[in-house]
Design a protein around this ligand. Sequence first.
Ligand SMILES: NC(=O)C1=CN([C@@H]2O[C@H](COP(=O)(O)OP(=O)(O)OC[C@H]3O[C@@H](n4cnc5c(N)ncnc54)[C@H](O)[C@@H]3O)[C@@H](O)[C@H]2O)C=CC1
Ligand SMILES: O=C(O)C(=O)Cc1ccc(O)cc1
Length: 311
Amino acid sequence: MTSTMFEKIALVGIGLIGSSLARVIHREGLAGHVAISTRSETTLARARELGLGSSYAMDAKEAVGDADLVIVSVPVGSSGEVAEEIAPALKQGAILTDVGSTKASVIAQMQPHVPAGVHFIPGHPLAGTEKSGPDAGFAELFENRWCIFTPLPGTDPAALEKLSEFWRRCGSNIDTMDPQHHDMTLAIVSHLPHIIAYNIVGTADDLESVTKSEVIKYSASGFRDFTRLAASDPTMWRDVCLHNKDAILEMLARFSEDLASLQRAIRWSDGEKLFDLFTRTRAVRRSIIEAGQDIDVPDFGRQAVEHPAKG
Ligand SMILES: NC(=O)C1=CN([C@@H]2O[C@H](COP(=O)(O)OP(=O)(O)OC[C@H]3O[C@@H](n4cnc5c(N)ncnc54)[C@H](O)[C@@H]3O)[C@@H](O)[C@H]2O)C=CC1
Ligand SMILES: O=C(O)C(=O)Cc1ccc(O)cc1
């Protein structure tokens, strides 16, 4: 059953995440009015062509005026400027949230601009693909995925519950944690895998031209999995690296140490060590599957054109 949760929702940023939200809000009837704003005219025009909202504005202040829920879905490095821009137009009692992949930095950038009487609740849906832009989104993106909130001290429980209910209606499961813990956890489960993928594909791309053409020709599925991650949006991932620097460097240091140990095991033909590690890691994969978390990136967004109308 669908029923309206908010009179007006404003979506600032209408790429993969913003447009997926627009689609699920529409499908579930979660808002009376969906106002869309984004920085680029081309992206806004595309959102209009796709019929993603009820109104469209280049001026984010216009979109957020009167909104009961404002969701900022822009690269994390732009969160501060967006918060500063929309702050004077936010309605008293409104909920302001975001979807950024890093949390401590987003809070540091946005919180100083949030007016008293506005409920700022930082969030992060652990759902996405390597695609970006308004064509890439799909209503099912958040189904059975986690949405993590990192509420600030003194957060109004009723506002947090209302936002949690919104995300549940989008299909997600809810968890809360503190921002530092979020950033450390995401550094290992999400940020490092992307950095490793960018690195290995970059290494392959640096090989001499003959080998490079063979990389494409013989690309095995392991390498292809890396190329999917390494095709992710450069602006988004530049910002993630710059805005979760400490946690990423900490995890990269541990990763490098472990890689050196693996390198040593290979050099000294230490089969037992290799076998033990590979057995232990296989058990991790099995635990993920048993926990029902082996959701591959779904096919829904697969046909989407890559980077259709970047903004
Ligand atoms: N792509 C993914 O798989 C996931 C991304 N996220 C987070 O969601 C946020 C958005 O990511 P995507 O939707 O994938 O990116 P995207 O590149 O598809 O869309 C970004 C949108 O932000 C707009 N934008 C950029 N700078 C802006 C500014 N200063 N003011 C207004 N609009 C601006 C762009 O025009 C575009 O509409 C990022 O913070 C990212 O870390 C979170 C979960 C998954
Ligand atoms: O495409 C993938 O495999 C992802 O891991 C998507 C993703 C990217 C960034 C996030 O903050 C959350 C999810």
